[in-house]
Design a protein around this ligand. Structure first.
Ligand code: ADP
Length: 151
């Protein structure tokens, strides 16, 4: 006996998948760091998206690879531009919570053509960044379904 669930229960498995079970550690930078330092941070932490926080450590924006590339083109003063000038900012940030369904999050990623979402915990004064969901996490979840079931 393989210990795997029957193929018919794949649907139940999919519906039950939650953000909290598949999320990664978020990489955050302060909104006053320079574009130059943000690029270094992206390489150091090996991520494709940085989340930006304000002085109170609440979510204020998102920086993607292309946001940084676009700014780098023809710009020699990357060490003088703070990231808050170029980031995608609140309230235009798509985020999710730990208990959200992974399927819903995958749909939002596809509909809005984004690679990742911050996982947040809502406080009275703002949104605390507690995790990160990327297309890699979704792929990992997809694979875990295949591994958990007799296919
Ligand atoms: P890239 O720009 O490297 O292809 P994305 O597809 O993730 O990476 O980002 C596309 C654009 O959407 C960027 O301008 C980025 O700032 C923005 N973006 C990325 N993630 C989010 C998000 N969760 N909510 C809102 N905007 C986002």
């Amino acid at each position: 006996y393989s210990g795997k669930k029957p193929a018919q229960s794949v649907t139940d498995g999919m519906i039950g998948m939650k953000v909290g079970d598949f999320q990664s550690i978020p990489v955050v930078v302060n909104e006053n760091v320079t574009v130059y330092d943000a690029i270094c941070q992206m390489f150091l932490d090996d991520v494709g998206t940085l989340f930006v926080v304000d002085q109170s450590s609440f979510l204020s924006g998102v920086l993607s690879r292309k946001d940084l590339l676009r700014t780098s083109l023809g710009n020699s003063e990357l060490d003088k531009i703070p990231v808050h000038v170029i980031m995608t900012r609140m309230p235009n940030i798509t985020y999710c919570k730990k208990q959200d369904s992974l399927i819903q999050v995958a749909k939002r990623m596809i509909d809005q053509q984004i690679d990742s979402l911050p996982v947040i915990s809502a406080k009275e004064e703002g949104l605390e960044v507690v995790g990160r969901i990327t297309k890699t996490n979704i792929t990992r979840a997809f694979l875990s379904l295949a591994e958990d079931h007799e296919l």
